[in-house]
Design a protein around this ligand. Structure first.
Ligand code: AMP
Length: 566
């Protein structure tokens, strides 16, 4: 696994500067493969999922082709959801930071169309949009295709899942013949292969070829965390497990610097290692880590390559790695020389799906854990101090101290020697804070995630592409009913008789509310109404977003199912 530097990829100097600002140390494996072929002008099918760096893999070559002086629309990227469209637009804008005169506009359902039209008229060269809304603009002629030279389909399989197949085909068939067509998809179902066959010219397929890997025998835990509590959770794990030496991996140089600062600010002996360090600094950091003066080495994957330290007790995946192989390399830094090792992964939001894929690919077990509470930490700290206290009692002469305490207890009537001991313990343990993290629930099991997600083994196979289907799809009904307590069931007054398909409902719910299609559960469609499951925590937001929405041109009404249809 050789790291490819961005400056080896013949990129525009302004993009290189932006990439440096974003803290990327090296191209991710999919970027290393996909960027050069796109720069050559070839059509590309990229097999990669979220978290692999796929957005920059198509965003960088796209930016190199945009002519900032031409204020006509030059490229469209299609995305399955509003959330992704915004995310992709943001990433491309960050990459275009030093390229003046480039305008990127996300376009999705649920947003005021007049505002979008104004944006489109204002010299937008790149549109990132959901298929339904892009079609809408094409019909209104507010999107004109004559200058479009590049089209990208991001998460093509997800667009298929959401019922956008026909829309994708319509859009592609209206674009100029002379164009570059790039498609990214995590999986390649037959419909997606057909699209590639019909609308691409001799495409190059790029994917990260997976090697057979030996996964080290290391205990692997993971925690679901919020971005704001990541540092706190890592510190709790450090306090709880007290590893003498540990390595924390981050995906960017910027994140390495930030984490080092946060850890040092909290009194931990941490140092960072990344590609910006000169050899001398690197040697100093490694020397300090080997000697134990630095307890936590915070590093990027590239910088940590070749580090050979035997007694690393814990590895932290502070960021989830961009490649399955990196995961294996990372956790292999611990558990060496026959010693026990432990690996902790902190996942935020949808990264849990990336971790599930890692678990599947590595054929390993990553165990969900509840975040340790402050009470847990207090108990452990107390236990450690008490161990030291017992050693002192056994090994040293404490007569002087006993005399001091005896004198104090005699003077103060209200105070016993037990009170004094308790107060000293409190002093030794330091400040206690209020618990700001909900520690009551363990992370979800990665195996169970398949039941929640729309991709992978389940789901696709069960779909009826002809549009006619009965009741549930994608998942076996018994399971849905009995085990999905964290899902809320919503009722919508539209069904088969109104010519809608489950994909239309899925597309509308995800597109309007911004939740990922993967989070939508089963969709039970009947003659005149449908039940759709969404995570309970998002139910109200979905209902709000679905107010005044039309599906297939029809006004709909959505409400909580309140046990209807169960
Ligand atoms: P994506 O797979 O496009 O959703 O990207 C996942 C995350 O990785 C985003 O936050 C990107 O900014 C980040 N990223 C993309 N390329 C790199 C890279 N070469 N090194 C580090 N982070 C990256």
């Amino acid at each position: 696994m050789e790291a490819v530097r961005f400056d080896e990829l013949e990129l525009d100097e302004r993009i290189l500067r932006a990439v440096t600002d974003m803290g990327f140390e090296a191209a991710s494996p999919i970027q290393a493969q996909a960027i050069p072929v796109q720069i050559e002008g070839r059509d590309v099918v990229g097999q990669a999922q979220t978290g692999t760096g796929k957005t920059a893999a198509f965003g960088i070559p796209l930016l190199q082709k945009i002519d900032p002086k031409n204020k006509k629309l030059q490229a469209i990227a299609l995305c399955p959801t509003r959330e992704l469209a915004i995310q992709v637009a943001d990433e491309i804008r960050r990459l275009a930071k030093y390229m003046h005169g480039i305008k990127v506009l996300p376009i999705y359902g649920g947003q005021d169309i007049v505002r979008q039209i104004r944006g489109l008229k204002d010299g937008t060269q790149i549109v990132i949009g959901t298929p339904g809304r892009v079609m809408d603009h094409m019909r209104r002629k507010t999107i004109r295709c004559d200058h479009i030279h590049t089209v990208i389909m991001d998460e093509a399989d997800e667009m298929l899942n959401m019922g956008f197949l026909e829309d994708m085909e319509t859009i592609l068939s209206q674009l100029p013949e002379e164009r570059q067509t790039v498609m990214f998809s995590a999986t390649m179902p037959v419909e997606i292969q057909n699209i590639a066959g019909r609308f691409q010219k001799n495409p190059v397929t790029v994917k990260v070829v997976k090697k057979e890997l030996t996964v080290p025998k290391v205990t692997q835990y993971y925690y679901e965390v919020k971005p704001k509590t990541k540092v706190e959770v890592m510190c709790r794990l450090l306090d709880m497990y007290a590893p003498k030496l540990s390595i924390a991996f981050c995906n960017t140089k910027k994140q390495v610097d930030e984490l080092v600062q946060d850890l040092q600010g909290r009194g931990y002996f941490a140092e960072g290692l990344h590609g910006d360090l000169k050899q001398m600094q690197r040697d100093r950091v490694m020397g300090s880590f080997r000697s134990g003066a630095t307890e936590i080495l915070v590093a990027t994957d590239v910088a940590a390559r070749g580090i050979d330290v035997d007694n690393v007790e814990a590895v932290f995946n502070y960021d989830i790695p961009q490649d399955d192989e990196y995961y294996v390399h990372r956790i292999g830094r611990t558990g060496r020389a026959g010693k026990d090792g432990i690996a902790f992964s902190l996942v935020v939001g949808k990264e849990v799906y990336k971790l599930r894929d890692i678990q599947r690919y590595c054929k390993t077990k990553i165990i969900p854990q509840a975040i340790p509470s402050l009470d847990d930490i207090t108990a452990i700290k107390a236990e450690k101090i008490m161990e030291q206290v017992m050693d002192l009692i056994n090994d040293t002469d404490l007569t002087k101290m006993v005399n001091i305490i005896e004198k104090k207890v005699l003077e103060e009537e209200e105070c016993t020697s037990l009170d004094v001991a308790a107060a000293l313990l409190k002093l030794a343990m330091g400040e206690e804070n209020e618990d700001i993290i909900d520690c009551s629930r363990p992370a979800r099991s990665l195996d169970d995630l398949d039941r929640y997600s729309r991709d992978g083994r389940r789901g696709r196979g069960g779909r009826d592409r002809r549009g006619g289907r009965d009741g549930r799809y994608g998942r076996d009904g018994r399971y849905d009913r009995d085990e999905r307590e964290d899902m809320a069931r919503l009722f919508v007054n539209i069904g088969k008789n109104q010519n809608v398909r489950p994909g239309d409902i899925l597309g509308a719910v995800a597109g309007e509310s911004g939740i990922s299609g993967k989070m939508v559960g089963s969709i039970d469609m009947y003659e005149n109404y449908t039940f759709v499951e969404v995570p309970r925590e998002y139910a109200d937001a979905v209902l709000r977003a679905m107010k005044d929405v039309k599906i297939k041109g029809k006004n709909i009404h959505m409400e909580k199912a309140n046990g209807k249809g169960r």
